[in-house]
Structures are given as C-alpha cells and as structure tokens.
Design a protein. Structure first.
Length: 265
C-alpha cells in the first residue's frame, strides 16, 4: 500500500500521488513508517531525510495535512520536497505547512500547494511565517542554483487556489519578505546580489476566486511540470517544539501563542 523507497541508509522518498486517502489513512502511513524506522535503526533512530514526500491528488484535507506534518516534526524527519498539490487543503492546512517550514530541523526546499483551496489568509500565513523564521533563503547543496553565499529560495507553488493577491500585497511588503517569480525553481533572479527568500511559479496569479478545490475536478495532468526584516539565519522561532505539536493537534491556545509571536515581529 505504501510506496516508501530508501535511497540510502538515511534517505527515502514517498510517492503516493493519486491514491485516495483520508486522515485515518495518514495515521496508518505514519504507523507504517514508524515501524520501518524501528526495524531499520532500532531504538536510536537518527535524523532521516525525505527527498520527496508526494501526497498529491490524494483527497487530503486540512486535518490529514496537520497529522502528516505533526508526525514529520515529532520524528525530526527533514523534508526536501513536499508535494501536496491537487487536494482539498485550505488555510488551516497552509498554516500547518508554514509552521513546519519554520520549525523543522532542516529547511524545506520545495512546497507544492497548487490546485487547492488556499485564500489570501493561508498565503499570508505561509509568507509571514517564512519571513519570521529567518531560515530562507536556505543554504543549498551543489544540485541547485545558488547565490554567491550558497543560498537559494524555497520554491513555492500556490497557483490555482483562491488567493486575492491584491488584498495582501501591503502585508507582504510590511514584513519585507524578499520574493520573486519564475518559470522554474532555478529561474529566480537575485535581489540586491542575494537569493530571495521565496520563488513562486510565474503563474501564481492564476486563481479561482469564490470557489474551492471541491468545486472542480482536476485532471491528472493539470499540474504543470515540476521542475525581509527577519531574525538572524538559524535562529529558533520558539523555545520549544511543544507549542507547535500542541497547535497541530488542535490546541487553540498554543496556536494563538505561535501567531502572537509572529505578530510581534
């Protein structure tokens, strides 16, 4: 059922695109991966890296996404590429993904959230949390285009959602987040001789206002080909991961605490 391939001892990928899954299925997946980690490493599980986690076109909603990122964070699993396009994810799911980008032990290099139901609120939570974290642009390996200091932006796909960009441009400017748009993840242009924090796909303004992803059926080939004033890089956005885990599990007070930290920046 679960397509988990180990690329080396501590690196794996997950390819479940177009499976029909629920929150309960995600719980089963996390249990299965937990069992693999225990079998592979025993009691002392090291940090492992997911080169790709692909749950695109699986019918995932916000609760399923929150459960997924809670698991990844709690097991200290680094994720390079997170593909969640063509699902039923709205602003709560985008908030959870943003928190993972800010708090995960390793920066996420690509996030694919196109063809979902994000509004400008979800887009703002992603952008503002990225700016607040101070982790992006991230230090990239030799496989990606980098600036002179070795940094690259996170590649963010949010086209074909329900985002009114005109309504939030002032908020993005307020947080002084550096971002650009390009046709591919390596097509970005440097801003003041440095990589921007975020690179959007150039089609990011293509949105479906007044609709959600449940109002249409995406074709399997609908997704295109995959190709700031902030704290010092590496600074921890919060003192403990307990707030994040509690918030992802639905603790309103914990979520409010994280949001208040963001608003204070």
């Amino acid at each position: 059922r679960w397509d988990i391939k180990w690329l080396d001892r501590q690196t794996f990928k997950v390819e479940q695109e177009n499976d029909s899954l629920t929150e309960q299925c995600i719980q089963e997946f996390t249990g299965f991966l937990d069992a693999q980690l225990q079998e592979r490493f025993g009691a002392a599980v090291p940090r492992v890296i997911a080169k790709t986690i692909n749950f695109s076109g699986c019918g995932l909603d916000d609760a399923a996404v929150q459960r997924l990122v809670e698991f990844l964070y709690s097991r200290d699993i680094g994720v390079q590429t997170l593909k969640l396009f063509r699902n039923y994810i709205s602003d709560a799911g985008a908030w959870a993904v943003g928190q993972f980008l800010a708090h995960a032990s390793l920066p996420v290099q690509e996030v694919h959230l196109s063809h979902n139901s994000l509004t400008e609120q979800g887009a703002c939570s992603l952008f503002e949390t990225i700016a607040w974290s101070g982790r992006y642009p991230f230090f990239a390996d030799g496989g990606s285009r980098r600036d002179m200091e070795g940094h690259a932006p996170v590649w963010l796909r949010v086209e074909h959602n329900c985002i009114d960009w005109h309504a939030i441009e002032h908020r993005l400017n307020r947080h002084q987040l550096s971002w650009t748009a390009a046709e591919s993840k390596d097509g970005w242009q440097m801003l003041q001789e440095r990589a921007p924090a975020v690179c959007l796909h150039s089609s990011f303004r293509k949105q479906h206002h007044g609709q959600t992803s449940r109002d249409w059926e995406w074709e399997h080939d609908a997704h295109p080909s995959m190709e700031a004033a902030a704290p010092e890089p590496g600074g921890a956005p919060c003192d403990s991961g307990s707030f994040l885990l509690a918030a992802l599990r639905g603790d309103g007070a914990a979520k409010q605490s994280l949001n208040s930290q963001l608003g204070a920046q």
